[in-house]
Design a binder for this molecule. Structure first.
Ligand SMILES: Nc1nc2c(ncn2[C@@H]2O[C@H](COP(=O)(O)OP(=O)(O)O)[C@@H](O)[C@H]2O)c(=O)[nH]1
Ligand SMILES: [Mg+2]
Length: 219
């Protein structure tokens, strides 16, 4: 059966937990909704808790990639998440809003939080993180960084790359996600060992929102 084991055609199915973090109002939920459902609304409620969405990508004829995207709401003001929340994530997106400089200043803090709480593989490498400069449909007047500045910033802070995105205009979100997946697949030792197919029932399970809330009592 498809994805259940290493059949004759060597079909593989991978499930990856991806974190989407960044300051409040930077477009995390909008980016996920656009990516997964191809919709946009100006009014996503920021209910406290954790939400997640699944995006299935037919990567190539022999590979299906399932992304479990973890969205946060309400905890952004703490500027950090618990280790439990980050557990078993293999990649992340950090968002900022190009019209609000303070959200860019928060990026380094989010990156440090991820790097200190989750690693990847037997060598404990940092997980790949992509930086999303969101709301670029609103113009860049407020955001004065050049592409060169951003390249340097990514190098200095160990981002795999950055993209100008717009959830509103559907710009670069798919591209950024694919870029991240490429890095994740490259890191995945199982990719060269197809007998170790990841099955959905072995994947990390999201916590219900009310339980997740309990994680923040000590922050
Ligand atoms: N113009 C514009 N507005 C956006 C974009 N992405 C999100 N927004 C708006 O920004 C606000 C906050 O977005 P939301 O996804 O709730 O941010 P979150 O708190 O990070 O999840 C909402 O009013 C969205 O409609 C974008 O790409 N362009
Ligand atoms: Mg949200």
């Amino acid at each position: 059966m498809k994805g259940q084991d290493n059949d004759d055609e060597g079909y593989n199915e991978y499930l990856y937990k991806i974190l989407v973090v960044g300051d409040i109002g930077t477009g995390k939920t909008s980016i996920i909704k656009r990516f997964v459902h191809n919709i946009f609304s100006m009014h996503y409620k920021s209910t406290i808790g954790v939400d997640f969405a699944l995006k299935v990508i037919n990567w190539d004829p022999k590979t299906e990639v399932r992304l479990q995207l973890w969205d946060i709401a309400g905890q952004e003001r703490f500027g950090s998440m618990t280790r439990v929340y980050y557990k078993e994530a293999v990649g992340a997106m950090i968002t900022f809003d190009v019209t609000r400089m303070s959200t860019f200043e928060a990026v380094a803090k989010w990156k440090a939080d991820i790097d200190s709480k989750v690693t990847y593989g037997p060598d404990d490498k940092p997980i790949p993180v992509v930086l999303l400069a969101n709301k670029c449909d609103l113009g860049k007047d407020a955001f004065v960084k050049t592409a060169n500045d951003m390249d340097k910033y990514c190098k200095d802070h160990n981002f795999i790359g950055w993209f100008e995105t717009s959830a509103k205009d559907n710009m670069n979100i798919e591209k950024a996600a694919r870029f991240l997946v490429e890095h994740i697949l490259k890191n995945d030792v199982r990719r060269n060992a197809p007998q170790n197919v990841v099955r959905p029932d072995q994947a990390p399970q999201p916590q219900p929102a009310n339980e997740s809330r309990g994680c923040f009592i000590n922050t």
